[in-house]
Design a protein around this ligand. Structure first.
Ligand SMILES: [Zn+2]
Length: 333
């Protein structure tokens, strides 16, 4: 790292709240190449407006970023002078700053380390994106629904800025090059990998699940269920939409209901009827679908869905079949 004009980050410049143990709660973050110094400054980010461009700049300046990403050290380097506890149930996080963003204080609700890290990264995103304008002058306040938001209604600037802050947080805590490196060790889709990502990157399981489906080469989806109902579903690009709407019960035929799953242990992977989850066209051969279930302690569960790759022979047959059917139907018209 070559930034002789910047002092090494040390305890003297850390904000109140102690970020020396950034990373793992016990301060035992794995350091790559002993990379504790962070030469990046906000000057480096002057031209970056999108979450992707911002993260790219930060990663260019910090090629040896350790894991878990020391998000609090990054905050200190990038102009956040304090990180304080937020004592309210209404909001997950907040940011106090001025229009010029000369400095900022991040507020974060007490709670688990991985949740706090995501909130801190999200608020840092608001701080660094100059086009993010808060509802109240000088103060962003973000609810838990804001921290889950992945899409925005057209024209809704508030929703759009929350989506951008979430994209920034996910990319910053799970930098693409480190994620790809971690994913290279994984082969067959398995929820154990999601747990490993959550542990190594110190992010929540749901954040890890989103990255996992996005980066895995196979057709997979992860359904988040809460108290027996579908809450959300994350899909790889090639996985079809699931037929269960958010809020609807997990289908009775799902492995989720078969007895009994041990909490905090990923189940075996088992075949299921594809009709449970996806729309199978009547005139097409049903694809093979597998499920795996991981029950969490708090009534939540993750259900991994995997569409089996169609073997080359049968893919060819299917194409022939479809071609024949197409001609047949065309002929009748
Ligand atoms: Zn926000």
């Amino acid at each position: 790292m070559n930034a002789p004009n910047l002092p090494a980050l040390d305890a003297a410049v850390l904000p109140v709240g102690g970020i020396a143990g950034a990373g793992r709660p016990d301060g035992s973050a794995q350091r790559r190449d002993g990379a504790a110094r962070m030469p990046i400054s906000r000057m480096d980010l002057a031209d970056a407006g999108s979450p992707e461009a911002l993260v790219k700049c930060i990663l260019r300046a910090e090629p040896n970023l350790p894991l878990p990403v020391p998000i609090q050290e990054l905050c200190a380097r990038l102009g956040i002078s304090r990180i304080e506890d937020l004592n309210t149930d209404e909001f997950e996080g907040g940011l106090v700053t001025d229009a010029k963003r000369s400095a900022g204080t991040i507020l974060v609700k007490r709670g688990g380390e991985s949740r706090r890290r995501f909130t801190i990264a999200h608020e840092l995103g608001h701080f660094l994106m100059a086009h993010h304008v808060p509802d109240q002058a000088g103060r962003f306040l973000c609810k838990s629904s804001d921290l889950l938001r992945l899409t925005a209604k057209a024209g809704d600037q508030r929703q759009r800025r929350e989506v951008e802050a979430n994209r920034f947080a996910a990319l910053m805590l799970m930098p693409p090059h480190l994620l790809r490196e971690a994913m290279a060790a994984f082969r067959e889709p398995d929820l154990q990998h999601v747990l490993a990502l959550a542990r190594d990157f110190a992010v929540g399981k749901e954040v890890a699940a989103r990255a996992y489906v996005q980066y895995h080469p196979e057709r997979i989806a992860i359904v988040v269920a809460g108290n027996g109902r579908v809450q959300r579903c994350y899909r790889s690009l090639s996985f079809p939409a699931i037929t269960c709407a958010d809020g609807s019960p997990v289908p009775t035929g799902s492995l989720y209901h078969s007895s009994p799953h041990r909490p905090s242990t990923a189940s075996d992977i088992a075949a299921c009827s594809p009709d449970l989850w996806i729309d199978v066209k009547r005139d097409l051969r049903a694809p093979d679908l597998c499920e795996q279930v991981y029950l969490q302690q708090n009534g939540f569960a993750m259900i991994l869905l995997r569409l089996e790759p169609v073997p080359e022979e049968s893919a060819k047959e299917r194409r022939l079949d479809e071609g024949w059917r197409h001609r047949f139907h065309s002929g009748r018209r």
